[in-house]
Design a protein around this ligand. Structure first.
Ligand code: IPD
Ligand code: CA
Ligand code: CA
Length: 264
């Protein structure tokens, strides 16, 4: 990965990802509250015409420069490629919010090279905030370096969680929610895991957990948290990858307390 040709490919890809996130984000924003089709993938799991439109914009943009790369995109699934490069895309994270005109959603794009996420970018078109990170180079918000918070006590911490679309998983997380809300300053449930992670990275939230994520929900956000000096593990504190369902992300300082609380 240190080879100059690989490095320059990654730099080029990083620019393409940011461009694609901005382009798709602007289209999503301009159609917010317009008439678009909404279908159900499950009992409460929605997909809109705009998820598909945003994904097409991103995939077309990537394909222009990198026709051989593998792509894992939420709506189209896996498109195999011949290179060790794999793009991981959530074209609209926060679809339920978007469908209801609740302004908390984003576009999330990451690149994995030989099994390692090398960059991630998350764009919120409502606030025009572009969160990005390149492995080993720190995390930024609209070009300015960001860092996790320095809260040390759960009782002074603002936490966040998310609920999947699966009834059993919702019940399982309600038990944890019940426990955590009584021991922290407050717990939010905003409905976009990728943005929740970016909010940890820039210190707005101090901790976040969820039980059932997909790689596209977390690939970019996870690296952004790590590069902002935060910590990301499984709920029990053990190492995790973007292919695991569970996630616990924090500023690092409250991590052990969160592990203890979520375990007990
Ligand atoms: C969902 C959001 C939500 C999280 C769910 C995800 P989608 O993604 O990130 O916050 O709680 O687990 O599936 O469906 O809006 O792309
Ligand atoms: Ca998602
Ligand atoms: Ca999505």
């Amino acid at each position: 990965m240190d080879h100059p040709r690989t490095k320059s490919l990654i730099s080029k890809a990083f620019s393409v990802a940011q461009e694609a996130a901005l382009e798709a984000g602007h289209v999503l924003f301009s159609h917010l509250r317009s008439h678009f089709q909404i279908s159900k993938k499950g009992r409460i799991n929605l997909v809109t015409e705009m998820d598909l439109e945003a994904e097409k914009i991103i995939v077309d943009r990537i394909r222009r420069d990198f026709p051989d790369h593998e792509i894992l995109a939420e709506e189209q699934g896996t498109q195999p490629g011949s290179d060790p490069y794999k793009w991981i895309i959530d074209p609209l994270d926060g679809t339920t919010n978007y469908a209801h005109g609740y302004r908390f959603f984003c576009v999330s794009i990451a690149l994995e090279v030989e099994g390692q996420i090398v960059f991630g970018t998350v764009y919120d078109p409502v606030t025009e905030e572009l969160f990005s990170a390149k492995r080993g180079e720190g995390a930024s918000l609209n070009g300015q370096p960001i860092h996790v918070s320095n809260k040390e006590e759960l009782i002074n911490s603002l936490l966040c969680t998310g609920f999947s679309y699966d009834e059993e998983e919702i019940r399982r997380n309600l038990k944890l929610f019940d426990r955590v809300i009584l021991r922290s300053r407050a717990v939010r449930r905003d409905g976009s895991a990728a943005l929740d992670l970016c909010y940890i990275a820039c210190g707005r939230f101090d901790g976040f957990w969820e039980l059932s994520l997909h790689p596209w929900d977390r690939a970019a956000g996870q690296l952004i948290v790590e590069e902002a000096s935060g910590q990301v593990t499984a709920l029990n504190g053990s190492p995790c990858t973007i292919y695991d369902a569970e996630i616990l992300a924090s500023n690092g300082k409250i991590h052990a307390s969160m592990v203890e609380l979520l375990r007990s």
